[in-house]
Design a protein around this ligand. Structure first.
Ligand SMILES: *[C@@H]1O[C@H](CO)[C@@H](O)[C@H](O)[C@H]1NC(C)=O
Ligand SMILES: *[C@@H]1O[C@H](CO)[C@@H](O)[C@H](O)[C@H]1NC(C)=O
Length: 505
């Protein structure tokens, strides 16, 4: 009899702890605001406080099997350790990014479209590496979706997304330092037939420094809206100086639209509050008012499968209805509280900036060969302590801080100072540093523990599905299976593993 009041009191206590200890998720906040999520995508965390289901699926190269990554607990961060275990000593791709909203609006490998067929043999786009974008959330490891040119995800049969001129909102968290000017790194509403069906047939968040259509202040990158046949920073496809260049490592990007009204908003995803970069009437050019939204969902590509862009996506949602600024403020506070921090890009035997290194092949029958160069060609050559000085220098590399990302490295030629190993069309070359962003990024590599258990495997920063590989004694960045002969899965782990030692010269 007397136990009942005690039980009641215990329940009240537990509820109080949950209410004060739980942040809720962004989609709980959108629901409270009356504009619920109809799609919620994240490889890093649950976006509802009660969500403990599938976040994403990965496929590993060793046997083509898949596994599903779920949060560590309801509402929590993704179980990255489960991915690390499943993907140990092989490569892994993100095959599905699940919709947490319950509507089944999952994102999968994007099909060919009007602008481009993807690089896969069936014309589909590439899938992202599962390890290209490591982060921590409140100290807990997770992985984002690193989109290289040619990579894209899509759902052409989404349910509950805005169509026609109806209202919607969306946000995404991107890497503010990973972008380019290609078309178009987008997340949001697009055509259902993968083709450009005209002005106003898209409403998606764009991030990058494309200057073909609209621009913002400075040299970019900017948050803009891809409304089809135009990236808009404001009402006209001209410069909107209220749309700033983004400088933060993590960026919250928002776009929302309703009849003859739309807005672009943004913030540092790690601190502070949102600013409004545009809020007002629709573009006056024919086709954008009213809108003709079609309701497919894209990630990393344009509505017509334009595949030239790059960027990193961590999480994003789409809503039904036009979210209030107050709702979006609470979502930004939730994002800040998630505590995104960049993760370690390298692992395995450590490289030391300023040192001279040699990189020895580990494939049986070739393991007296080292990564070397003859002019601009990167090759492998047999080098010994009694080799000529010229050959020793050709096979020695000075480790420098990554030209395109300081968390990784670049390899400067010992005999040609100022020239670095870079990839070009996935072939390794030694080129002079011409100071361009492209050269810097193409010359940036992130070593991890060797996939065959020896030394290091040296991942391309910009194409993290690809590693340094020797193939027919020539250097490439190769994926574990793919359309190029040098992507052959036979002896892949051995061909991408190199033992680093002190340089010959
Ligand atoms: C994985 O599947 C691809 C084709 O989809 C095939 O070419 C490859 O051999 C498979 N890999 C393994 C390890 O079975
Ligand atoms: C972050 O982690 C700490 C302990 O590691 C925990 O006390 C805190 O509640 C966490 N914050 C969030 C927002 O989950």
């Amino acid at each position: 009899m007397f136990s009942q009041p005690i039980l009641k009191r215990t329940c009240v206590l537990v509820l109080t702890v949950l209410a004060s200890g739980s942040l809720g998720g962004p989609c709980d906040l959108y629901s409270t605001g009356g504009t619920p999520c109809i799609a919620a995508h994240s490889t890093t965390r649950a976006l509802y406080s009660a969500y403990s289901g599938s976040l994403y699926q990965v496929k590993r190269g060793s046997d083509n099997t898949t596994t599903i990554i779920v949060p560590l607990s309801a509402g929590g961060v993704a179980n990255a350790a489960a991915q690390d275990t499943f993907c140990a000593s092989t490569t892994c791709l993100i095959t599905i990014i699940y919709d947490q909203s319950g509507r089944g609006n999952h994102l999968t490998q994007a099909p060919p479209g009007g602008a481009a067929s993807g690089p896969e043999t069936n014309g589909y786009d590439n899938l992202a590496s599962a390890t290209g974008a490591p982060v921590t959330l409140n100290g807990s490891k997770a992985y984002g979706v690193f989109i290289s040119p040619g990579t894209g995800y899509r759902n052409d049969a989404a349910s509950g997304t805005a169509t026609g001129d109806s209202a919607e909102g969306m946000y995404a968290i991107f890497d503010g330092t990973h972008y380019n000017g290609g078309c178009c790194f987008d997340y949001g509403n697009a055509e259902t037939n993968n083709k450009d069906t005209g002005n106003g047939h898209m409403e998606a968040i764009y991030f990058g420094d494309n200057t073909i259509w609209g621009t913002g202040a400075g040299s970019g990158p900017w948050i803009m809206a891809d409304l089809e046949n135009g990236l808009f920073s404001g009402q006209s496809a001209a410069a909107n100086t209220a749309d700033p260049s983004i400088t933060s490592r993590f960026v919250t990007a928002m776009v929302k639209g309703e009849p003859n009204q739309w807005a672009i908003r943004g913030a540092n995803a790690a601190s502070g509050s949102l600013s409004t970069y545009y809020s007002g009437a629709r573009p006056t050019v024919s086709g954008y008012n009213p809108m003709s939204k079609e309701g497919a969902i894209i990630l990393g590509i344009g509505g017509d499968n334009s595949i030239s862009a790059q960027g990193t996506f961590y999480e994003g949602v789409m809503t039904t209805g036009y979210p209030t600024d107050a709702t979006e403020a609470s979502v930004q506070a939730n994002i800040v509280a998630a505590k995104y921090v960049a993760g370690a890009m390298t692992a395995g035997p450590a490289f030391t900036v300023g040192s001279s290194v040699s990189l020895r092949v580990t494939t049986a029958g070739y393991d007296t060969r080292y990564i070397a160069h003859t002019g601009t060609t990167v090759n492998t050559q047999v080098v010994t302590s009694s080799s000529a000085t010229a050959l020793k220098q050709q096979a020695s590399w000075t480790v420098v801080t990554g030209l395109g990302n300081s968390a990784c490295y670049s390899f400067e030629s010992v005999d040609t100072p100022g020239s670095y190993i870079r990839h070009y069309n996935f072939v390794l070359l030694v080129n002079a540093n011409d100071g361009t962003k492209q050269m810097h990024e193409d010359a940036t590599f992130c070593p991890i523990a060797g996939l065959n258990g020896q030394g290091n495997s040296i991942r391309s920063w910009g194409y993290p599905t690809r590693y340094f590989r020797h193939y027919a004694n020539t250097g490439y960045i190769a994926s574990n299976g793919g359309v190029h002969t040098f992507d052959n899965i036979a002896s892949y782990n051995d061909d991408v593993s190199f033992v680093m030692s002190t340089g010959f010269a």
